[in-house]
Write a protein that binds this ligand. Structure first.
Ligand SMILES: Cc1ncc(COP(=O)(O)O)c(C=O)c1O
Length: 452
């Protein structure tokens, strides 16, 4: 492995893992060697400090390498207990499940643990089928539910699906936030579940109305379809309350958690569900392990989950997300609303999006359209590059909506880091509108993309 001042070149990674990822990071100027990550800060081997406003796509709610979560994991390892015996009752899973259900509320009283968000979605698909005897699944346009086959079947974008069909039969998209088309589909009574992210993350930080959420839930109940919320990004206090569902006063039949649940240190996922759904699968001794997974309920993830809840609550990070997030959006609106290409700043808690639009002025429109032809994500990627290289902030555009820049720092982000972010993005957005350097940078990026 070679660490130059600027980048990591690992022949082994390129040969045995994913050369395209290494190349892509280099092209984007984001192939950097990180020595240490702590809280919201990432320290590189060439002495730079980057502030993380992406949080590994909402993994690092508690901040990077939280010392109390690390200590809890170390203590669990030192115990030399039955971490993955597969032939015992893992008490810690019971403890974590009880804590999760207590916070989630409503009818969520049983938990199935797994190791990722996608595995949680797959679990919810199977359990919904078992409970209802139906096979179809409804999902929203713009959704991101994961890249395993079942989850992918509930993501309409051909970019993700392209090479991997055929998808799961009976999956059907409905427009985000519109009741009438949802009702039409539900009335067919073919659908076991309606999956939605209560706030769409990769779709562009789209926040539905309370009326929509409540009507969607009522219609699901009326037509015998389970109402399933994918809270893989929005859960664990990211948007203020424990679940984003709590903003809308809805009581989903199932909730999927992952990402931030174990403090960003150990893979984990959890599907919270009603008793009736659980019993439709685990209905007898014969079926006691009819759905299972090797790493499910392992004591290291369970301990990490318990420690993460404790940290998030002791430091009141949900309340902080709500207060700081609202203030951040107001400040971003005040700083950016005068710029032609900024359409909106939206979100909840510390999950926000800066929404850009196609410019009208010819001076901006011509380069914008030229670069969009090369790749629809080019504009957003140059923004991300500039934020990273010139301003020292790690950000990213949404995976299913390249015109939205995601703003999602760890929940313990400091006030000064927020101030620095507002000033950094203001400078970059100003350059977009006033300097030809931004657009010539895009040209350089386009040329590098063509070359690789
Ligand atoms: C909302 C949502 N659901 C599910 C997933 C899939 O999770 P995982 O990558 O852990 O499989 C993701 C991943 O980004 C996600 O954002």
């Amino acid at each position: 492995m070679v660490h130059s001042a600027a980048s990591v070149v690992s022949p082994d990674y390129a040969t045995f893992v994913n050369p395209q990822w290494q190349r892509l990071l280099s092209v984007l100027g984001m192939n950097v060697c990180y020595d240490r990550c702590s809280g919201a800060e990432l320290f590189t081997s060439d002495g730079r400090r980057i502030i993380d406003f992406l949080s590994g796509y909402c993994v690092h709610n508690a901040g990077h390498n939280h010392p109390e979560i690390i200590a809890a994991i170390k203590a669990e390892l030192d115990r030399s207990g039955p971490a993955m015996l597969q032939s015992h009752v893992p008490e810690l899973a019971g403890e974590l499940a009880a804590e999760l259900c207590k916070r989630a509320g409503g009818k969520l009283s049983k938990v199935f643990f797994c190791s990722s968000g996608s595995e949680g979605v797959e679990t919810a698909i199977k359990f919904a089928r078992a409970r209802t005897g139906r096979t179809g699944m409804l999902y929203n346009d713009g959704a991101f539910h994961g890249l395993t086959c079942g989850a992918l079947s509930m993501m309409g974008d051909p970019f993700w699906r392209g090479k991997f069909g055929p998808m799961l039969a009976g999956t059907q998209a409905v427009p985000f936030g519109e009741i009438a088309p949802l009702e039409t589909q539900l009335a067919t009574r073919q659908f076991a579940a309606f999956f939605m992210e209560p706030i769409q993350s990769e779709g562009g930080i789209r926040v539905p109305t309370r009326e929509y959420m409540q009507a969607a839930q009522a219609l699901c109940r009326k037509h015998g379809t389970l109402f399933v919320l994918d809270e893989v990004q929005t859960g664990m206090y990211r948007t203020g309350p424990f679940l984003a569902a709590h903003h809308f006063d809805v009581e989903p039949d199932m909730v999927i958690l992952a990402k931030a649940l174990s403090g960003g240190l150990i893979p984990v996922g959890a599907v919270l569900m009603s008793e009736a759904i659980y019993e439709s699968v685990f209905d007898s001794l014969r079926n006691a392990i009819i759905h299972a997974s090797t790493f499910s309920e392992n004591s290291i993830s369970m301990r990490a989950g318990l420690a993460t809840l404790e940290v998030l609550e002791r430091y009141r990070l949900g309340r902080r997300a709500a207060e700081v997030g609202e203030d951040l959006r107001q400040r971003l609106r005040a700083a950016l609303s005068g710029y032609e290409m900024v359409e909106d700043v939206r979100g909840a808690g510390l999950l926000s999006g800066i929404v850009f639009r196609v410019p009208q002025r010819l001076k901006l429109r011509v380069p914008f359209e030229a670069f969009r032809k090369i790749h629809p994500g080019m504009f957003g990627q140059v923004l991300v590059m500039r934020m990273f290289r010139d301003q020292g902030f790690l950000t990213q555009v949404c995976g299913n909506n390249f015109m939205v820049l995601k703003v999602a720092p760890p929940l313990m982000v400091a006030d000064e880091q927020i101030d620095q972010f507002v000033s950094a993005i203001s400078k970059v957005v100003d350059e977009v509108h006033s300097s030809s350097a931004f657009w010539s940078e895009a040209l350089g990026l386009a040329q590098r993309v063509m070359k690789v």
